[in-house]
Design a protein around this ligand. Structure first.
Ligand code: CP
Length: 354
């Protein structure tokens, strides 16, 4: 049994094994490998792709599904804690897929739950299953991920798909470009991580200067719902909008455009029919990848090279996470952190503790 909480919990070999299993599942008949299993999908935040592709993958493997797409119909509305909700769900299902607006909520759930927890997005922190389908899409198109030049454009501060994917790409020594206005640039904790891993990356405000170099253009939505100050959102809301005229003929022939979706106005629909647009295929790849995640989470399939965690986790009652969006500020948690090169980070949300 294995939780899927953060891309950092998986070695490069494990990531490649997940992609290999997904590839096998993509081309074979649907075997009912999860017959008699019950999957719970707990979505405390809106979702179209993640919830429905997790549910579709579960049905295709023969599992049964229970859950909710909004917390409004649950006893959280009566004041029940996340802790107690998780305690109930573990008795009702064999694996839980959870999306929550609080950072570190999935790792917190995994401490309480005796069944595997799959993080389907925790606030602005991580979205590991999205990363796996992003990697799968890149590998399927190019045959390899190593050394690719990848540009992230848009909301890099709150974009959990960008946080997870850029950390995962560090395993493949990719060159990363982060294109965003200063107020929504890539967070310091990701920059520090990439520096420690000796990854070549650069920050930009305009994508036109790097367009002809890149293999992947990873567009993201400016996420209005994550801004504390709506005036800040107004400043950046339409900052990047690409269309055929801006892209076609100015990029490598085989350059691909990815987007975790949903999009608002950052990719014009006139790009959809071009050879560069891969975002709908990317979303479809969620099915084989999420099938693979279930099978590994439930131990139906095993990793050949299971990783031993490289981070030492300890407790210290004098150290507190300062990230006010972290689960440690919402639920009764332990004061846990891990240390790398003398820097302590919160065990739950991964933010460095100064
Ligand atoms: N990519 C993604 O997480 O989409 P949804 O929010 O629709 O699940």
């Amino acid at each position: 049994m294995r939780d899927f909480l953060s891309v950092n919990d998986f070695s490069k070999e494990e990531l490649l094994e997940i992609l290999e299993l997904a590839s096998e599942l993509d081309t074979c008949e649907n075997e009912k490998l999860l017959d008699e299993k019950i999957v719970s999908t707990l979505f405390f935040e809106p979702s179209t792709r993640t919830r429905l592709s997790f549910e579709s993958a579960a049905y295709r493997l023969g599992a049964k599904i229970l859950g909710f797409g909004s917390p409004d119909s649950t006893s959280l509305k009566k004041g029940e804690s996340l802790r107690d909700t998780i305690k109930m769900i573990e008795g009702y299902s064999d694996v839980m897929v959870m999306r929550h607006f609080i950072e570190g909520a999935a790792r917190f759930a995994s401490e309480i739950s005796s069944i595997p927890v799959i993080n389907a997005g925790d606030g602005a922190n991580e979205h590991p299953s999205q990363t796996l389908l992003d990697l799968y899409t890149i590998k399927k198109r190019f045959g390899d991920i190593a050394g690719k030049k990848i540009a992230f454009v848009g909301d890099l501060k709150y974009g959990r798909t960008v946080h997870s994917l850029s950390k995962a790409l560090a395993n493949f020594k990719c060159k990363l470009y982060f294109i965003a206005p200063d107020i929504i640039q890539i967070p310091d904790n990701i920059k520090e991580f990439l520096k420690r891993e000796s990854i070549d990356f650069s920050l930009h405000s305009d994508y036109s200067e790097i367009l002809e170099d890149i293999d992947v253009l990873y567009m993201t939505r400016i996420q209005r719902e994550r801004f504390e100050d709506s005036a800040e959102y107004e400043k950046v809301k339409r900052v990047y909008q690409i269309n055929q005229k801006e892209i076609v003929g100015k990029v490598k022939e085989n350059m691909i455009i990815l987007h975790p979706l949903p999009r608002v106005d950052e990719i014009d629909i006139d790009l959809d029919e071009t050879k560069h647009a891969l975002y709908f295929e990317q979303a479809k790849n969620g099915i084989p990848v999420r099938k693979a995640i279930y099978l590994l989470a439930l131990g139906v399939k095993q990793f050949k090279n299971e990783k031993i965690s490289k981070y030492l986790v300890s407790e210290n009652n004098k150290i507190f996470c300062k990230n006010t969006r972290c689960v440690t500020h919402f639920e009764k948690t332990k004061n846990k952190f891990y240390e790398i090169d003398g820097n302590k980070s919160c065990y739950y949300c991964g933010k460095e503790i100064e």
